[in-house]
Design a protein around this ligand. Structure first.
Ligand code: NDP
Length: 515
């Protein structure tokens, strides 16, 4: 891999900022660089520049914006190694995790929104012929850009879950200010550099590096906020959005259950459980966080998963194929993972694989398999966000569904069975925004399929029509072409016309046949 420190993108908007953040490589503990913490005044100035730049970006139209997004797509592919290097350096994830999600997802998203924005945001004609009160009038729904969109992102996917949410906002004609996690700001700064090189007009996309206070300040200056992060911070964001009276969309934490039925393809289920609990070192909002297995296949499933996970290689990601599981990106997360494992063990859980942090220079937690777990344990109820897989035996799928739903979260879930029709019926009974049958996480690649959490996992969704319309203001247009000089309901009021209108209402709605 290329030298990471030399390629670190530079924060360009820090004039006036005094505090800085040290960005370190979690896999080695090395300092990469520092970036400024932007304060309220800098964020306000940034928002003013974004607001001034937005109308011209809107006027460029869908095709003009699509051209810039397609150039960015090509730029990312041409600079794939650099993009992956920067993500890997500040997150400590493997090259493969960075490539699949941060690079792969984002190039796909750039192409998708370049093409689909026009379709999802085209004017819609609403019929008027079926309503005699407005018959003959032209009714239109129009999606106008919100204006300046604030995107606040987490550290687990420094590009996919931060810049990824900016792409549809830009495609819709907005200016965007991205506040990345303080742990992983360099990937976002690289995206800012990319968009500049790809011809995006100045100030249409800006990155506000900083900490939580920078994010909080941003909410007061934008027209809409898209937040991805923890449920606790999400609540603060929503309160701040309420004060600013702006819409906010929240993609929050999860505790995704996996339900393995006795008739499942056990090899596939075990391989998927191993991968989807450990990819990105388990730091995935839609990670398999807990597994329920029907009693007849429980032992075999546990043996297969334990075998898979004990073979995983972990350590600093020095290049493609070097390791399977990377570092813990966010320092306090290591304590959360250890606390959940210790809590489970103290209540009777058994560690089959791993169960400890590692002692290298970097920050690692060994891939861990736990059994004899139950819902008294944090590891089954709170988001662990680390390389752990607790597996619980259930007597039947009814118990599995009950336990799957015994959670404050409702982001995603999966059901595993060869009887796909039954699987689909069971999926509909799980309280989650997305449920997959014989799969997990792959829905994230279906950009035309909405993805969003229920319960404490979020509000609103990304992807699909809703994933771009949320960045717009809906404007309804009613256009009257031909009409009399005065209509029957207009002044002056006359008893005869009042009664005539009442008879008309009876005629139209008396039989309950009209809307
Ligand atoms: P946090 O909630 O800690 O932080 C998210 C972002 O919010 C960061 O940029 C953070 O800045 C910023 N922030 C902190 N305080 C405030 C505030 N008061 N006002 C505005 N912004 C603020 O989440 P993490 O970064 O720890 O990310 C992990 C979480 O994200 C997990 O719970 C995970 O499940 C969730 N997530 C959800 C996804 C989904 O699609 N549902 C996808 C990916 C992750 P700073 O970093 O500087 O503190």
């Amino acid at each position: 891999m290329a030298s990471l420190g030399q390629q670190a993108p530079v924060a360009g908007n820090g004039a006036g900022a005094t505090a800085t953040i040290e960005v370190e490589n979690p896999a080695t503990g090395e300092l990469i660089t520092t970036v400024p913490v932007l304060g309220a005044a800098e964020v306000e100035a940034m928002a003013a520049r974004a607001r001034a730049a937005q109308p011209a970006w809107d006027v460029i139209g869908f095709e003009g914006r699509a051209q810039v997004l397609r150039r960015a797509q090509k730029w990312m592919l041409d600079n794939a190694e650099r993009v992956i290097d920067v993500v890997v350096s500040e997150s400590g994830k493997t090259v493969e995790d960075a490539q699949l999600a941060d690079l792969g997802y984002t190039v796909s998203a750039l192409g998708f929104w370049a093409k689909q924005a026009r379709k999802y945001l085209a004017d819609e004609r609403v019929p008027s012929w079926n309503n005699p009160v407005v018959a003959g009038k032209k009714l239109i729904i129009r999606y106008a850009p919100a204006g300046v969109v604030g995107v606040i992102g987490p550290w687990n996917y420094p590009i996919a879950n931060s810049f990824g949410d900016c792409v549809p906002a830009l495609a819709a004609g907005n200016s965007v200010i991205l506040k990345p996690s303080e742990v992983t700001p360099l990937s976002s700064l690289l995206m800012e550099e990319m968009m500049r090189e790809c011809g995006l007009p100045e100030h249409v996309f800006q990155v506000a590096t900083g900490d939580g206070s920078t994010g909080a300040a941003l909410i007061g200056h934008v027209d809409c906020v898209m937040f991805t992060g923890s449920t606790e911070t999400g609540k603060s964001v929503m309160k701040a959005a309420a004060d600013a009276l702006i819409p906010c969309y929240l993609e929050l934490g999860g505790k995704d259950p996996m339900l393995v039925l006795a008739d499942a393809d056990l090899d596939r289920a075990a391989n998927a459980a191993s991968y989807y609990s450990m990819n990105n070192a388990g730091q995935v909002c839609i990670s398999v966080e807990r597994v329920y297995v029907e009693e007849p296949v429980y032992d075999e499933f546990v043996t297969k998963v334990s075998g898979n996970i004990s073979r995983l290689r972990q350590g600093p990601p020095t290049g493609a194929g070097a390791v399977d599981v990377g570092a813990v990106t966010f320092p306090p997360q290591l304590d959360v993972v250890q606390e959940h494992v210790s809590d489970a063990v103290s209540k009777g859980a058994k560690v089959l694989v791993g169960g400890h942090s590692r002692t290298e220079a970097g920050r690692f937690y060994a891939p861990t398999v736990l059994v004899d777990v139950d819902h008294s344990m944090k590891i089954m109820r709170e988001e662990t966000f680390g390389p752990t897989i607790p597996i619980m035996k259930v007597s039947d799928c009814e118990e599995g569904i009950r336990l799957a739903n015994d959670s404050s979260y409702g982001l995603q879930a999966s059901v595993w069975t060869k009887d796909v029709e039954r699987g689909e019926q069971l999926a509909r009974r799980i309280e989650a925004g997305v449920v997959t049958v014989n799969d997990a996480q792959m829905n994230y690649s279906a950009l035309n399929l909405p993805m969003g959490g229920w319960k404490a996992s979020g509000l609103g969704s990304r992807h699909g029509a809703a994933g771009i319309r949320k960045y717009t203001k809906v404007q309804s247009l009613l256009v009257t072409r031909r009409a009399p000089k005065r209509e029957p309901h207009m002044f002056p009021y006359r008893a005869r016309r009042t009664m005539m209108l009442r008879r008309a209402f009876k005629l139209l709605y008396g039989r309950g046949s009209r809307d």
